[in-house]
Design a protein around this ligand. Structure first.
Ligand code: GAF
Length: 390
């Protein structure tokens, strides 16, 4: 039996967060704000290289019921553990002082204040249907829902690009996860029916029509349930390798190597210095440069109304992440291969990797068949069953 993780509708999400708030704080919140999780269609590990990525928002959202206070205290509770109320003085929040999920809440207040904005103390109750630890950006959904709430109750009138940047700072500096900006942009800057083409060099966006149902297709998300964490060393190590390579090549970011034809080839030849470390650097950089080009091809296909033709790009992205960037894992490979064998037009891991989720583009009427085939492949491989999201 396959397990499907359904999204709450807006009214349910709001009601749940309000209920946790009322039970915990004995009053009504000033309001409820929400932000979605995401899946990235293509453009993986490109954001911190100034590259391109193409996330879409999930229907799954995190809801923050929040009420401003007249002092400097933040009280935070989550529907996942409603009896544990965390309390902080906001003035004491600094890198290294807050742990766990509350770092993504207090961190946003800290980042807003670091820009000179006046942020009041607050009580907040969080509830969410974004799967946690599944590479579907539950952390950004959390921080972004809080950013929207604080923006409203503090009458800060910040635009969404600025709020996204604050959430990135909160995640990098307070939660200690050295992530790029894709997830926060996806949570705050997507519009319905469209993927978000994010240019991470200047943080400009373009909304690209994406409507699989209109083409008789569906995007199946396979949560492998393999443990995934961005605060562990592997993600940081990939980022550091890219930054070292860019410095060695004399460019600000690897993206700069895609501006002039021939630069990419010359850069790879320079990095290939005959050492094992040089060989690793070549593979990492090769992934980033090829992945940026794949985003451009993917967008061109979408804009030409050719969603059915993107399968090979999904497959190539997965191979590159698995072989050159080395961020896949057995569960992700099993998911991708089983989906393809069951008829998916293309499939790849999505998000940071080392566990988390994969996506498969499938015929809408084959959705349950493909999910059942992936489920069976996990059982045959001795893996615990995955969960599915549409
Ligand atoms: C994670 C990070 F949070 C993103 O910034 C991005 O780097 C992604 O991994 C890989 O593309 O989701």
């Amino acid at each position: 039996m396959t397990t499907w993780v359904r999204a709450w509708d807006e009214a349910t999400g709001q009601e749940r967060a309000r209920a946790v708030f009322a039970t915990t704080f004995g009053a009504a919140p000033d309001g409820v704000w929400s932000a979605p999780g995401r899946v990235n269609l293509i453009g993986e590990h490109t954001d911190y290289n100034g590259g391109l990525c193409l996330p879409v928002a999930l229907a799954h959202r995190t809801y923050a019921a929040l009420r401003r206070r007249d002092d400097d205290t933040a009280r935070m509770v989550s529907g996942a553990e409603p009896t544990a109320v965390a309390e902080r003085e906001l003035a004491g929040v600094a890198p290294g002082t807050v742990g766990g999920w509350t770092a993504y809440v207090a961190g946003v207040a800290w980042a807003l204040r670091a820009r000179g904005l006046t942020v009041p103390g607050f009580d907040v109750a969080i509830d969410s249907c974004v799967p946690v630890g599944s590479g579907l950006s539950s952390s950004a959904a959390l921080s972004c829902s809080v950013a929207l709430a604080l923006d409203a109750v503090g009458a800060l009138a910040q635009d969404r690009a600025a709020l996204a940047a604050d959430c990135v700072r909160a995640e990098n500096e307070i939660a200690g996860a050295p992530t790029g900006g894709m997830d926060q942009a996806a949570a705050l800057r997507t519009v319905p029916g469209h993927a978000l083409l994010l240019d991470c060099r200047d943080l400009t966006v373009r909304h690209v029509p994406f409507d699989p149902a209109a083409e008789g297709l569906a995007l199946l998300v396979i949560d492998t349930r393999a443990e995934h964490a961005l605060v562990d060393g592997q993600y940081a190590a990939r980022r550091a390798t890219c930054e070292e390579a860019a410095a060695a090549l004399g460019v600000d970011t690897l993206r700069d190597l895609t501006d002039t034809p021939g630069d990419a080839e010359r850069a790879l030849a320079t990095l290939a210095d005959g050492t094992p470390e040089g060989e690793v650097r070549v593979r990492r950089v090769r992934h980033v440069l090829a992945e940026i080009a794949r985003v451009q091809e993917f967008v061109a296909l979408l804009e030409a109304g050719r969603l059915r033709d993107v399968g090979p790009l999904l497959d190539a992205s997965h191979a590159s992440l698995r072989d050159d960037y080395e961020v896949s894992c057995r569960e992700l490979d099993v998911a991708v291969e089983a989906a393809r064998a069951a008829g998916a037009l293309g499939a790849r891991m999505t998000g940071g990797g080392f566990g988390g989720s994969a996506i498969a583009l499938v015929e809408a009427d084959a959705l349950t068949t493909v999910a059942a085939a992936v489920d069976a492949a996990f059982t045959a491989a001795g893996l615990r069953p995955p969960a599915f999201v549409v």
